[in-house]
Design a protein around this ligand. Structure first.
Ligand code: NAD
Length: 432
């Protein structure tokens, strides 16, 4: 089957490469000429483990190609995925400009039956909007609109796509459902559960899922806050909670608050969606407030550990919003660095993949080659993103390089007892 993937970002590129690996002929389209030029010359515009090899393999096999020619992509394909960004507007509602532009282009260029599939995270009602745009123009050509939200996580995107917990398909047209089943047939064969529902429900499943996960993260962060006041250990509390199978252990790690391109945006969008329908999504509103409070209290933890920050130098390990990605959108590490700079500290930072992206938004930060270079001459250290290479640091060497053995570990990578026993002034999150 010929597939067109519109939007070649974290989701579109991974989805396009994986569908090509399923045996589909995929053309990935993007309006960003530099991105397409890079892909055409074999360079990846993003860092995602395993993606370079997967793209190269499928390009070599002739099943994956890249273009800026939207018309050609649309006309040569039966199934058209929309995987463009849906960034938040100032009021929290998602900006659907790119989705609308793509729908207009599909309406204009379509040359036969097309299945138009939204992979982008969009509010309930977007499928209907796309249908209206398609119905207005070029009415002679039939079409079906499908919602197929994506649940992959950056950093493990390929594995998540190839072994998902479920595939959600929102559609009313049996012909479109058959096309979707064919696209995902390798997952059908490995007995991946398929949730086949209407478009509006599928759209809401994505917000409901991300909203719920954000609540879980904020819940443990609120517990961590209480633990600090009460001298309790949030890790032990989380373990005691997580072993209850009704709760489960995942997403119960205390930390600096959720970030990234999805949770902040999707919680804001879910709250906005409720408001648009004359309601209040109380738990999500509280979660957004709790997360803002968690993020801003990290600088207080740092100041408690390091003393007055003005004139000091912080070594910050990690810039991306999570390990194994170069994505810094809404990264808690970036927020902490901004707070450090605002408090009058100088910042040296390092990250295995995100330095280029961070350099563009943090002109006043010095970037170091690695953790030891970063720590050299700094007054204290902040571990902001739990990359594997920061999990097994040579602490003696690190301590020698710092002016004082002070570490604020926003990801609770190290054991407080062991650290204190070896002379570190160590602060974690929610750890007594
Ligand atoms: P991204 O910003 O990395 O990529 C979006 C791409 O769309 C960009 O390359 C941009 O140039 C392109 N684009 C925008 N308008 C276009 C147009 N008119 N024609 C062609 N290309 C166009 O975004 P992303 O992180 O891949 O997210 C895409 C969508 O998927 C969002 O709605 C997001 O919420 C959702 N999502 C993201 C993740 C994730 O982990 N990043 C996971 C699940 C769902």
């Amino acid at each position: 089957m010929n597939i067109c993937m519109i939007g070649t970002g974290y989701v579109g590129l991974v989805t396009g490469a994986c569908l090509a690996d399923f045996g589909m002929n995929v053309v990935c389209v993007d309006k960003d000429e530099a991105k397409i030029a890079a892909l055409q010359s074999g360079r990846l515009p993003i860092y995602e483990p395993g993606l370079e090899q997967l793209v190269a393999k499928n390009e070599r096999a002739g099943r994956l190609r890249f273009t800026t020619d939207l018309r050609e992509g649309i006309q040569s394909s039966l199934a058209i995925f929309i995987a463009v960004g849906t960034p938040p507007k100032a009021d929290g509602s998602p900006d659907l400009t790119f989705v609308r532009q793509v729908a207009e282009a599909i309406a204009e260029h379509r040359n036969g039956y097309k299945v138009v599939i939204t992979k982008s995270t969009v509010p309930t009602g977007t499928g209907k909007m796309i249908e209206e745009i398609l119905a207005k123009k070029n009415g002679g050509h039939p079409f079906s609109v499908v919602s197929n939200p994506e649940f992959l996580r950056e950093g493990s995107a390929i594995a998540d796509f190839l072994r998902p917990d479920r595939i959600v398909i929102g559609a009313s047209d049996p012909r479109a459902i058959e096309v979707m089943k064919e696209i995902y047939s390798p997952l059908y064969l490995i007995e991946t559960p398929f949730v086949i529902t209407d478009v509006a429900s599928a759209e809401l499943i994505k917000y409901a899922s991300n909203g719920f996960l954000a609540v879980k993260i904020s819940f443990i962060n609120e517990i961590a806050r209480l633990c600090e006041k009460m001298g309790a250990d949030a890790h032990d509390v989380a373990r005691g909670m997580g072993l209850d199978r009704r709760i489960g252990p995942r997403f119960l790690q205390p930390g600096p608050g959720f970030g990234g391109s999805c949770f902040p945006k999707d919680t804001a969008a879910a709250a906005d969606l409720a408001r648009q329908h004359g309601d209040v999504f109380e738990i999500i509103e509280a979660t957004i407030r709790a997360n803002a409070r968690t993020k801003s209290r990290m600088i207080e933890r740092i100041a408690q550990a390091a003393g007055p920050l003005r004139g000091k130098t912080a070594a910050v390990l990690g810039l991306s919003f999570k390990p194994e990605t170069d994505d810094i959108r809404e990264s808690p590490a970036i927020a902490v660095i901004r707070d450090l700079l605002a408090a009058g500290a100088a910042v040296r930072a390092c990250d295995p993949a995100a330095v280029d992206n961070a350099r563009a938004v943090l002109p006043d930060v010095t970037f170091a080659k690695g953790p030891y270079d970063c720590a050299t001459g700094a007054d204290f250290l902040v571990l902001a993103t739990e990359w594997n290479e920061f999990r097994a640091l040579n602490l003696q060497e690190l301590g020698r390089r710092l002016k004082s053995k002070t570490m604020v570990d926003l990801r609770n990578v190290y054991d407080p007892r062991e650290m204190r026993a070896t002379g570190w002034n160590y602060t974690g999150v929610g750890r007594g």
